[in-house]
Design a protein around this ligand. Sequence first.
Ligand code: HEC
Length: 696
Amino acid sequence: MSRQARLAALLVFSFGLSAVYYVSGRAEPDGTTTRTGADWPEHGQSGGELHYSPLAQISTENVGRLGLAWALDLNGEHSLEGIPVAVDGTLFFSGQSSKVYAVAAASGKLLWSYDPETWRYRPQAMKYMYRVNRGVAYANGRVFVATLDGRLIALDARTGKAAWSVMTVAENSLMNITGAPRVFKGKVVIGQSGGDYGERGYLTAYDQASGKQVWRFYTAPGAPGTDEGVNKDAMAMAAATWKGEYWKTGTGGTVWNAVTFDEELDRVYIGTGNSGPYNPDLRSPGDGDNLFLASIVAVEADTGKYIWSYQVNPREAWDYKATTNMIPATLEIDGKPRKVLMQAPTNGFFYVLDRETGKLISAEKYGKVNWAERIDVATGRPVEMPGIRYKQGPVTMYPGPLGAHNWQPMSYNPKTGLVYIPYMQLPGRFEASDHPAFGIGTSFEFVKEGPDDATGALVAWDPVMQKQAWRVPYADMWNGGTMTTAGGLVFQGDQNGIFHAYDARSGKELWKFDTKLGIIAAPMTYQAGGRQYISLLVGFGGATILQTKYLKSGWKYNAQPRRLFTFALDANQKLPDTPPRNFQVRPVYDATATIDEALAARGARLYNQNSCLLCHGLEARGSGVPGPDLRESAIAANRAAFDRVLKQGIAELGMPEFSQLPDADIAALYMYVRTTAREAAGGASAPRAEGAPARN
Ligand code: HEC
């Protein structure tokens, strides 16, 4: 659709809906949730995204009796980041390739599955991102899923049959979708990824019933004179913060994860990402804050009209983003109830905003932060430390680009008043550079400087006092999101596969279970047949490039089954046999082969430039990454087979085709992979190329 056509659609379909919806006979005042507390009807339980359940059957008193009710094997799945939704006794969730499953919530019986066959649509989208999907939305008898290739699809919740499908990104864009749609007031909204490539981000609302576009909010200005409609003034305000030909060099600000509906104030909060080029001097020469990058933007729920915005990193330069989940609450601050919005973005500060006005109330560091001294409450702007903009030379930044917190949701328990943050620590070293890989103008790599780097923690944060209440350390950093309940509990899974229950007030561990595979998703809870259950998707993977350098996860490609785990009190099912972790690399390497070192060195650069590292790991170290370990691959060791895989791809299993690569490049890639196998076999080191950024 052209921009003009999009605008026409926006004008035609900008209408308010006030219909009454029914879900299994229950009247839904806003078509959003079932609100009985028995269900987990939305991504974060409610539109407010608290990741909190009012269920209390499982409590601090009895959680020790929690056991496995059932585990469903999900063949063909890999990185599982999603959170199921539970509606009237059925669980709906998505797998890595946007495949949707419906499962009977009490028994674990598969009712239907739907495969959107993402590889058949815009197959080039596979090259920008390994396959992950953070979940589905449910409303009014329909399940909504967004696909890696950019479609938003509505399914009949009883049958799994598609009711409608719309393409939400331009065919020739560098965008894709990994996030979960959100629903409110007869609408379903979805954003996208691609900000790292400079794509101009937006959030689009579609009519739940028809799939027609209702509104679209762009998170960055377009070319001069092109922005019309209800947000014309907001876009003009944003454009004044950009210099140069930004619409050509790239804007970014994509909405790839967090969207929160605030029912009380009838508005939607949009969390925006970073930009490409990372170096702001290239995308906005001289100065300019570059709105709305790394910002929280509030818009009207019915029209998408701009209300306010708050930018966590003006003139963002380090891949920091405000794409982590945002939680509305009413907190008593200085003796007065304040309607606030809480976020712990990747930059390491915990922000409490006034959600009526967008004004900053307070911000404090919830982890190790060296890029800013503090956030000035009067201006709302950070007081940056000298040198952090890497103009005078390289700088090591805490947090690094993966953030002190990322898409793994934090949760808020109104009973304890605490927020539970999945914290991680790993700095990044930044340097201005003309490195041709994406992230032009900047090069960075993850570095480990101190003993706590590459570790994680569960941080319980008091948002009123703006200080830590308690903390549980984890040996590794890539852990799951959190969930908290009225039973006084916090649940979180960790990278080593242990699912923990803690006392929400003290952080004391009360229960744990070994799922035998690393956990990155967040749990959820619901009631079915009068019994409370806790469910969790287990499938290690995602943005694990760094793991391959600093951590040996031992989770090999396709070795451990991916599963949906469900727990209940006094349940005692035995977990089916699971292959143990394996830290050994068994390289396939012929020591008599001839190695061309210069060719291999070129291959090392091509390996990073062509995103091989995204799925096969930095330096081809493949433990826990979304693709197989190429050092152990017989296919990678065979020149003809290697050639075939690259030219044809294995699309339905997640390996894109690289048919555009010249034979000479494929030869160089092959030679590089040979040297990584040689190194693993105890031979000479493989050539090293510059590192590359992480994507989510
Ligand atoms: C978006 C993710 C992704 C990217 C990018 C990617 N791969 Fe793959 N690749 C995979 C997956 C997943 C498989 C395994 C498919 C399967 O299960 O058979 C695979 C398989 C392979 C294999 C066969 C290995 C085997 O034993 O099955 C080779 C060789 C390979 N990739 C090389 C490359 C190279 C070289 C690049 C960069 C030019 C690259 N891949 C980029 C995901 C990716």
